[in-house]
Design a protein around this ligand. Sequence first.
Ligand SMILES: Nc1ncnc2c1ncn2[C@@H]1O[C@H](COP(=O)(O)OP(=O)(O)OP(=O)(O)O)[C@@H](O)[C@H]1O
Ligand SMILES: [Mg+2]
Length: 250
Amino acid sequence: MKIAVAGKGGVGKTTVAAGLCLLLAEQGRSPWAVDADPNNCLGYALGFPQHLLDEVKPLSEMREMLAERAGSSAGQGGMFLLDPEVTDLIADYEIKDRNISLLVMGIVDEGGTGCMCPENATLRTILRQLVHAERDLIVDMVAGLEHLGRSTAQAVDGLLIVTRPAGSALRTVQRIISLAEDIGITRIWMVGNDASSEQEMTKIREALAPVPVLGILPHYEGLSDEDVFAGTAGQALKLDLSQILTKLEE
Ligand SMILES: Nc1ncnc2c1ncn2[C@@H]1O[C@H](COP(=O)(O)OP(=O)(O)OP(=O)(O)O)[C@@H](O)[C@H]1O
Ligand SMILES: [Mg+2]
């Protein structure tokens, strides 16, 4: 199962991505968790201990090495990196806790130019590599998909879009769906989050129709950013997420 989790800012992407990883790990599987969001909180949401998170070398640092290796393999058949060379770089950059391997992109918008091309190229290279591994992959995305290319789209089975009942989040879904189609993502799953009532659940389903909604997670009273950082938010949603995971695997 290789899934990118997307959605408008603050809808619960990191919480859902972490919850899915935790469930997979508990099933004895060994998921890759890729934090592709510059605010880098997936590791916290997964409950990784601080000493491991302190060791994280952002993957964006890897790009020089990738560029060097790309250059050195250019004579042997092209622009794409030789797989084994990327594999050992990934092994060097991942941190592991329980059965989960975390890769942190650490994308930084340097100089405020808004161009993240080199970092995105690194992300694409990594994802293309991970797709060959027989392991689950959960990518916590930034809100937009603009930086995803067709090659990245091919690296995941599909996109899981998270939305809250708010109109702004629901409208963003339509934009994400059309961007996803543009880059060739064929499977899209919808998950509602933070619905406080039956009415809000209905609002989500109606707004997204005809796209089917895999499931809707309820509002958890008192859940906050602190829970995301303490690694307890994903845990809180786990029970409800397990039904969604089952449907994802169908
Ligand atoms: N079902 C829920 N009930 C109550 N609070 C929730 C729920 N899901 C997420 N939250 C809270 O909403 C906030 C945003 O969640 P999260 O960080 O997972 O969203 P995000 O989409 O990853 O945000 P960002 O776009 O900033 O990366 C957090 O404080 C989290 O605890
Ligand atoms: Mg997030």
